[in-house]
Design a protein around this ligand. Structure first.
Ligand code: HGY
Ligand code: MN
Ligand code: MN
Length: 417
């Protein structure tokens, strides 16, 4: 047997599946999903489990000032920039067992397979769990890969607080205290290439009956935080003409944007997923309403055009209130290098799989690695395309098929001079 396929042949479907089940116990919810938000105790517990497996496999563990976790298999020439693979293990509040976790565990499975086959690539292979990909507890998301790639400075990230006022900085201190023996490396280093395996989080692969997707790119995304300020008042005594009702104004803004940000072909994605009202009391006219906006589209000009309406529509519907629209993320659509798409496609075909090319409608840390090194992604199907939902599901055979493709892609990339 040529060296091609040797590591793929060592991928252990049962071990990969069992590790998903084990990691899902960290932050398990009653409805079969996970609530393992960034820098939470649940995520620390999951990292401890991960480190146990990595230690047993002889991998070196390290972190960095933003809490990214790196599990390292030194190559024959460790001075060369490494090949990176991974994703995230933080989840949405009603998340599934596979979003993000698959990319980290598939990477670990590949390294286990390399060791079982006695293969030590030329380049070091590192598995990474990026900090706060989801952005549910701390907005915006992708803080770990953004800081690593230099997209967002650390000093702009550390002061960000969650709904309870707890800052990233304080939670990172807790994380480092939980792993006192962990080496802390400087933020960012040269990377030869990055490959991320992920469930599709959409219905295309399953509908086409394919096990593996070659990800062509990631659609563009803009997010904002909108703060509407009015005035507390008595719900029974205050006449309408004297009210400054922040929630009524926010509702008008949101309705106007839902009415304006639509397209006939159902491609644009506009979501207000979070709203917080103060003082949030039934008999008090709301003084403030703070809500999120998540806007996405695969075409940059269209995304910009819809994005340009946000600030105007909020201002037009503020009524007697004031409104502050704060941009958080402005990420253009991206296309992964043809060479990275090609190596995923040809590797899958050589393994006897029939890969399908498709773009990613969901965001991924690969977006930020794409800025600093050749990056690519491998998708596997998930049931009904359901994700960011506790019912997220997939098949052991699909996870293993994706891991086999990842294995042989990483071996090829890590053998390159
Ligand atoms: O929101 C996203 O696209 C990613 O799943 N966090
Ligand atoms: Mn994800
Ligand atoms: Mn997600």
């Amino acid at each position: 047997m040529t060296s091609f396929g040797r590591v793929a042949a060592r991928i252990d479907e049962a071990r990969l599946w069992d590790r998903h089940e084990a990691l899902a116990r960290a932050g398990a919810t009653a409805r079969g999903g996970v609530d393992r938000q960034a820098l939470s105790d649940e995520e620390i517990a999951a990292k401890r489990i991960l480190l146990g497996w990595a230690g047993a496999a002889g991998l070196e563990a390290a972190t960095d000032p933003i809490g990214n976790f790196f599990l390292r298999l030194p190559g024959r020439e460790p001075a060369l920039p490494p090949v990176l693979t991974g994703s995230h293990i933080d989840s949405q509040p009603t998340g599934g067992k596979y979003d993000g976790v698959y990319g980290v565990l598939a990477g670990l499975e590949v390294v286990e397979a390399m060791r079982a086959e006695g293969i030590r690539p030329r380049r070091t292979v590192e598995i990474v769990a990026w900090t706060n990909e989801e952005g549910s507890r701390f907005a915006p998301g992708m803080m770990g890969s953004e800081a690593f790639a230099g997209v967002r400075p650390l000093d702009a990230i550390l002061p960000v607080a969650d709904a309870a006022g707890v800052r990233v900085e304080a939670e990172l201190a807790r994380l480092f205290a939980a792993f006192p023996e962990m080496a802390v490396r400087p933020l960012g280093f040269p990377v030869a290439a990055y490959v991320e395996a992920h469930i599709e989080q959409g219905p295309e692969l399953e509908a086409a009956g394919r096990q593996v997707g070659v990800v062509t790119g990631i659609q563009g995304k803009k997010t904002w935080k909108v703060a509407v300020h009015g005035e507390e008042a008595h719900a029974g005594t205050t006449p309408r003409r004297r009210r400054k009702d922040a929630l009524a104004a926010a509702a008008a803004m949101i309705a106007a944007m839902h009415g304006a940000i639509v397209d006939a072909d159902d491609v644009v994605r506009f979501t207000v997923g979070r709203i917080a009202v103060e003082p949030n009391a039934p008999s008090v006219v709301p003084a403030t309403a703070v809500f999120s906006i998540d806007l996405r589209h695969p075409d940059g000009a269209t995304l910009d055009r819809f994005g340009a309406t946000v600030e105007r529509l909020c201002a037009d519907h503020a009524g007697p209130c004031t409104v502050a629209v704060t941009p958080l993320v402005d990420a253009a659509p991206l296309i992964f290098p043809a060479a990275m798409q090609e190596i995923v496609r040809t590797t899958a075909e050589r393994l006897g799989l029939s890969p399908m090319a498709l773009p990613s409608a969901a965001g991924h840390d690969a977006r930020n690695l794409h800025i600093i090194c050749p990056s690519g992604m491998i998708f596997v199907p998930c049931a009904g395309g359901i994700s960011h939902n506790e019912a997220e599901a997939t098949l052991p055979a699909d996870l293993a098929a994706g891991a086999r493709v990842l294995a042989e892609v990483l071996v090829q990339l890590a053998e390159r001079a």
